[in-house]
Design a protein around this ligand. Structure first.
Ligand SMILES: [Zn+2]
Length: 52
């Protein structure tokens, strides 16, 4: 199974609760949460990975 990553937006004014990123096998192995931005408010620094 390709990995999935769950993230939250830490921007206080953002209403997004949680987003789940589903990767394919083609995704480079060194991709981190810093490569993504919040799909709602667009802030990249506010996105934080949830480690369960
Ligand atoms: Zn956001």
């Amino acid at each position: 199974m390709p990995p999935t990553m769950e993230a939250i937006c830490t921007d206080e004014s953002c209403e997004l609760d949680m987003v789940e990123l589903h990767f394919t096998y083609d995704m480079p192995g060194d991709v981190s949460i810093a490569d993504f931005q919040c799909p709602y408010c667009g802030t990249s620094e506010a996105l934080e990975e949830i480690t369960l």
